[in-house]
Design a binder for this molecule. Structure first.
Ligand SMILES: *Cc1c(COP(=O)(O)O)cnc(C)c1O
Length: 349
């Protein structure tokens, strides 16, 4: 077995959902888009359902199909992209609930699936998805007569609590929705942490469930152990890897590990990240290749079978900072070659 092992702690995912749920007085849904942030949408959805979630959100109807299969008929599965051309059969057959984003989508939905559930997505300033004030004003009466199950919007800067955009969007959301008799939702993970003004009737956390920033108190969820497939002695002055970016300053022992940028280990980690054998640091040397990493194990007494890149102490946000990105991208880039194992995270096998 030469592929990396991604261990995913379902109890930690459930604990994170419960912790976020306890921060609000409203319902807490769960966002499981992008294959459950790379961790397996079906497994995440089942663990979160067991923890108590009854509404689930994904980006596209196709993702909803996978979650429906995992959850069975009852939980509500909502689709952020709404009711797109070609979606009707899938939405209808699988009882998926589109979040309608435009007057055109509303017409499509009411024509094709009259009486079937839908939500409304409003744009309160992000300029990405949802209806703006004038569009909403033009169809609000029609939409409200058809009894949407939810009216929602999304915050652009919720991970920066002091950003003035948060209050601006809150005001705009209130302006667009005050007085209507429909449950409302504005907050994802960041919005939950902004406080009760942002909670309304339903919150929709994603990244915090999977242990990511901005939910700093999250329990760690993932561990990544990568097998060593070869070791070699490198003499002082020899180079390692593509473009000779690392020259050994001393006689060294270099381990070659079976994972690379094709597995989501961004090339910008090159020469810059530490892997771990228990508590012993092993620095990455040279470039990240497509399928391989070269790691300095000179200071280990014994070469283990695996080294760990993600651990309870070195999480997705730590890697993101080194790679110049965000934890979301690290999580959702983790490739299909890893064996996903569901269980407690701890030392490598
Ligand atoms: C992705 C997404 C969420 C979840 O956001 P997190 O920051 O991962 O909690 C919620 N709502 C919408 C509209 C989203 O696109």
């Amino acid at each position: 077995m030469s592929t990396g092992i991604l261990t995913i702690d379902l109890d930690a995912v459930a604990a994170n959902w419960r912790a976020l749920d306890a921060m609000t007085a409203c319902e807490t849904a769960a966002v499981v888009k992008a294959d459950g942030y790379g961790l397996g949408a079906g497994k995440m959805a089942r663990a979160l359902h067991k923890a108590g979630a009854r509404k689930f959100f994904v980006a596209a109807a196709e993702e909803g199909a996978q979650v429906r299969q995992a959850l069975g008929p009852n939980p509500e599965i909502c689709i952020f992209s709404g009711h797109c051309a070609g979606d009707t059969d899938m939405l209808s057959d699988l009882h998926l609930t589109p979040m309608i984003n435009s007057p055109r989508q509303l017409k499509r939905h009411l024509d094709a699936m009259p009486g079937r559930p839908f939500g409304i997505q409003l744009d309160t300033g992000m300029n990405r998805l949802g209806m703006e004030l004038t569009e909403w004003a033009s169809i609000a009466e029609t939409a409200l007569n058809a009894k949407p199950m939810l009216v929602m919007s999304h915050l652009a800067c919720a991970d920066e609590p002091d950003h003035p955009m948060n209050a601006q969007q809150l005001t705009q959301f209130q302006l667009m929705t005050d007085g209507i008799d429909v449950p409302r939702s504005l907050a994802a993970t960041g919005g939950i942490l902004l406080g009760s003004d942002y909670h309304f009737d339903l919150c929709r956390p994603g990244v915090g469930l999977y242990g990511g920033f901005p939910f700093e108190q999250a329990a760690p969820v993932v561990q990544l152990d990568i097998p060593i497939i070869q070791t070699r002695e490198v003499l002082a002055g020899e180079s390692v890897g593509y473009s000779n970016t690392w020259i050994a300053p001393r006689d060294s022992k270099i381990a070659t590990l079976s994972a690379g940028y094709a597995d989501g280990l961004l090339r910008s980690l090159s020469d810059n990240v530490t892997l771990w054998s228990g508590s012993s640091p092993c620095p990455l040397r040279g470039r990240v290749s497509m399928d391989l990493l070269t790691v300095d194990v000179t200071d280990l007494d014994e070469v283990p079978s695996h080294l760990s890149l993600l651990t309870p102490d070195q999480g997705v946000d730590d890697l993101a900072e080194i790679a110049g990105t965000i934890g979301y991208e690290i999580l959702t880039s983790m490739g299909p070659r890893y064996r996903r194992r569901y269980g407690p995270i701890g030392p490598a096998e």
